[in-house]
Design a protein around this ligand. Structure first.
Ligand code: ARG
Ligand code: ZN
Length: 872
């Protein structure tokens, strides 16, 4: 059942008000829905009313209070149809029964660790009651939640609480919630359970007093402190930067341990995977703290970009997700170091979105068709979607961007909008035609930009010739509008005197297949610094020798490009080695430049230095090579360069470790500066161990034993994990014992082992699947063990004998019976199979064929397997 964008038409009916009465019970929850329905003036007059359902059991049905005669409706688990509904407003009362405990798909109403919770995006509400489960049907909800008081002392709904109390003569209680803001069903949520909480007051810029609360598993309230503070900072930031204030009296965040995704922006009641809420120095790494801050912000920012203005249909998913990712990236950049954060964003984009865009699962940022929408919550929709918003800001400038955003929010508030509505706001604000720019949403594939530079000694001019191509976008694809932020660097520093009338605020707009840009007053042949800040999500081909790139590392004013220069040199050395070139001299020159860089800047910006020392990953290299990939060869080339750099820089790395050591007894702080010092210290450890495994094992082992926070303990353990032997096994065993009762830490323990790049890991992972702490019912656990193996262990997942593919295949097939969404997610590990060398490619293909041939496959997994094999 393929859904197509071109087939969109408005709903024939609207539902203005929803009154839900949910009587929670572990196995027999009763849901009564009173729906105020009317024909949609924009729909077809006299059309049948077809309400969506999924696995539903109807118990009673009444129209305007009167039971409906069996002849007046048809019902199935997947739909409730009134062939001839009244041609006037009417009330439909629907009673359904469900079993939350048996709901292993974790969509709709389910129980996680005894806590009742919901997940309705994209189409889970239809697993609770029959409904027009589409995002362009907006309703005002009133929800009465009832449960046994001892089992669920906390009852939460969307909006504000208006009443609560005991039910006389029973052990049950209730609360009633009203959400005045019309919303689509995917934003509905409720929670019931035994939970502790941490609260804080907040007053909005409009003077509204809001109570912020984060609810967590009993006994863990202190671990909610960081998330709670992140909520307050997000609210404040959205007021200051986007002029957006919160609009209810309470804002609740609930952490649950079984969750398919990261988190969900339900109106006034965000529900989170507890991994993105709970934090303490003993259990969370600096990366965990940063992710919590970012995801808390992301879900909060959805209140405006997603909830107040939602999507007309699911093809517009990027309208809320790309925009909200952009907003959370800006927030994190303001909270932390902007350059460091930008590098992190680009690393994620290149690691996840570029391969997706180059493989069989590629799709436009606004897809044109889908079989299963839950498979489109992708890096392309989210991350590339955010890059489009960023490019728009680069093109029109910050002030026009803010004005356009204001206009978008005010003109579309309370509606279900499209990408066109979004762009229209900026067109109206700037008077600029953005129809060419809109092409970014339409076709898949990462554009390539080839650049060549030509210096004219006599005229003192420098010309850059650009040529764009769009692999994967189709032969008829028009050019895209590419903002190129750039500048020129000379041997001694930036060439500020060089100018070009074609540049506006340092940006050149490449909107044709080919174009040139000329600078004047260029005293000597310069080094161009192109795509500063990664100003467009493209691949750049420019021949440049290492010496020029190292000039950029030294002198560029753009932090992103300084980092990028070092990455390019490292990547060229490794791909050169793979082709059998002699790279020793180049590696030594690189080491010397890195040494000078460390001497200059390591201690003034440790977080940035740590990123410079982290070489391009194995998957970066695979993506760059693009075909006939041999993951073992890539691994060896990377290991060799790390070892060489580690040897050359050894004295400096040891000195850095000493200089950056925390004084004993210093209190832990997760702030960006402290995290940056830990990151550099641990990057140094990684290179030391690559060069000298014996010394590395000793240092790493000591660090694991003496660490006072999870960042350092885990970094030590990760270094040790690369060094086979008894110390590694002993450290892993001690870690497991120490954290036996900390599920989120055990996830890290599973993940580290799944990522060991050695023969034997497949067998180790199989053994861990039988570990008493492993559970297929917990998505975090599955992702930590099998997800880490399939998505973050390139040599072992891609084993030439197919053993890695077999392990992933068996897990996908087993999981598909209970949780298809998470099974489908795991399958994306096969997304680059066509780029492998022939033997591995054949093994991957047969694994995919085996999956697709399995009877009873879910639509989720069948869709990914089918598209991976090249079916449309
Ligand atoms: N809207 C959520 C977020 O980005 C993601 C929900 C995805 N859920 C799903 N079933 N695909 O924050
Ligand atoms: Zn989102």
């Amino acid at each position: 059942p393929t859904v197509r964008l071109e087939d969109y038409r408005p709903s024939d009916h609207l539902i203005d008000r929803v009154e839900l009465d949910v009587r929670l019970d572990p196995h027999d929850t009763r849901v009564t829905a009173r729906l105020a329905i009317r024909p949609n003036p924009a729909g077809r007059a006299g059309a049948a009313l077809v309400l969506d359902g999924d696995d539903l059991r109807l118990v009673a049905l009444a129209l305007d209070g009167e039971p409906l005669a069996p002849a007046a409706f048809r019902v199935a688990p997947s739909a409730l149809t009134l062939p001839e509904p009244p041609q006037r407003p009417f009330t439909l009362t629907i009673e359904t029964r469900l079993d939350p405990t048996a709901n292993t798909k974790l969509m709709g109403l389910y129980r996680s660790n005894g806590v009742y919770c919901t997940q309705c995006e994209a189409d889970g509400f239809r697993r609770i009651t029959y409904f027009l489960d589409r995002p362009d049907v907006l309703s005002v909800y009133t929800t009465r939640i009832e449960a046994e008081a001892a089992q669920a002392p906390v009852l939460l709904g969307n909006g504000n609480i208006i009443e609560s109390g005991r039910i006389e003569g029973t052990d049950r209680h209730f609360s009633i919630w009203h959400d005045p803001h019309p919303k689509p069903a995917y934003l509905f949520a409720l929670v019931g359970g035994r939970l502790d909480r941490m609260t804080a007051p907040f007053t909005t810029m409009e003077g509204r007093a809001v109570e912020l609360a984060v609810y967590v598993e009993p006994g863990k309230a202190e671990r909610a402190a960081y998330a709670l503070d992140a909520v307050a900072r997000s609210m404040k930031w959205d007021e200051e930067v986007f002029g957006r204030a919160y609009d209810l009296d309470v804002f609740n965040v609930v952490a649950v341990s079984d969750f398919n995704m990261g988190a969900m922006e339900n109106k006034g009641l965000n529900i989170f995977n507890d991994k993105y809420v709970l934090a303490s120095p003993e259990t969370a790494t600096d990366a965990d703290y940063a992710a919590i801050e970012a995801i808390i912000a992301h879900e909060y920012f959805h209140n405006w970009s997603g909830n107040r203005i939602t999507c007309r249909d699911w093809f517009q998913l990027c309208l809320k997700e790309g925009l909200t990712v952009f907003r959370d990236q800006e927030f994190s950049s303001d909270m932390r170091s902007r350059d460091v954060h930008r590098i992190g964003e680009v690393r994620t984009l290149r690691a996840r979105q570029f391969p997706e865009d180059a493989g069989p699962l590629a799709h436009p940022v606004r897809p044109k068709l889908y079989a299963e929408i839950n498979n489109f919550y992708t890096a392309t929709v989210y991350e590339k979607g955010a890059e489009i918003v960023r490019m728009l800001r680069t093109l029109i400038g910050e002030r026009a961007f803010r004005a356009g955003m204001d206009r978008y929010f005010s003109e579309n508030d309370g509606t279900a909008a499209t990408v066109e509505h979004f762009l229209k706001a900026f067109e109206a604000e700037t008077g600029r035609d953005l129809s060419d720019f809109a092409e970014w949403y339409e076709r898949p594939g990462t554009p390539r930009v080839a650049v060549s530079g030509h210096y004219d000694e006599a005229r003192k001019t420098y010309r850059l010739d650009f040529r764009q191509t769009r692999p994967g976008a189709g032969a008829d694809a028009p050019p895209v509008v590419i903002p190129v932020r750039l500048g020129l660097i000379g041997a001694e520093g930036p060439l500020d005197g060089a100018t070009s009338p074609q540049l506006e605020d340092g940006v050149f707009v490449l909107d044709a297949p080919e174009a040139s840009l000329t600078f004047e007053n260029v005293p000597a042949a310069p080094v161009p610094s192109l795509f500063r800040g990664f100003s467009a999500p493209v691949r750049v081909d420019m021949a440049m020798d290492d010496a020029d790139r190292l000039t950029l590392l030294r002198h560029d004013t753009d932090g992103f490009n300084r980092w990028e220069a070092a990455q390019r040199v490292a990547a060229r050395l490794m791909t050169g080695a793979l082709r059998g070139e002699a790279t020793e001299a180049g590696a030594d020159a690189f080491a010397a430049a890195l040494g000078a860089f460390l001497d200059d800047r390591a201690l003034s910006d440790p977080a940035f230095a740590a990123l410079v020392l982290a070489l391009p990953s194995e998957s970066d290299l695979a993506d760059e090579i693009g075909a006939e990939i041999d993951p073992d060869a890539i691994f060896s080339a990377r290991r060799a360069l790390r070892a060489r750099l580690g040897t050359a820089l050894s004295a400096r790395l040891h000195a850095l470790r000493d200089a950056l050591a925390e004084p004993a007894g210093a209190p832990f702080s997760p702030d960006a500066a402290s995290a940056g010092r830990r990151a550099l210290r641990n990057a140094a450890l990684d290179l030391i161990a690559a060069a000298d495994p014996i010394q590395g094992a000793a240092l790493a082992g000591a660090q694991v034993a003496s660490a006072t926070n999870m960042t350092d303990r885990l970094a030590g353990l990760s270094t040790l994990a690369l060094l086979p032997g008894e110390p590694r096994e002993a450290a892993l065993a001690a870690f497991a014992e120490r954290y036996a009762h900390e599920p989120l830490v055990l996830d890290k323990w599973f993940a580290i082992q799944a990522m060991i790049p050695e023969d034997g890991t497949v067998e180790r992972v199989r053994g861990l699947q039988a570990h008493p702490a492993f559970a297929m019912t917990n998505p975090n656990r599955v992702r930590s063990l099998v997800g880490s193996f399939a998505l973050a262990n390139p040599t072992q997942f891609n084993r030439a004998d197919g053993a890695g593919f077999a392990l992933a295949t068996e897990t996908v097939l087993a999981l598909d019976r209970t949780n298809p969404q998470v099974a489908a997610r795991l399958m994306t590990a096969f997304g680059s199979w066509r780029r492998l060398e022939p033997q591995r490619r054949a093994a991957a293909e047969s694994a995919l064929r085996r999956i697709l041939a399995t009877p009873g496959l879910s639509r989720d997994v069948a869709d990914i397997a089918g598209r991976s094999l090249g079916n449309p």
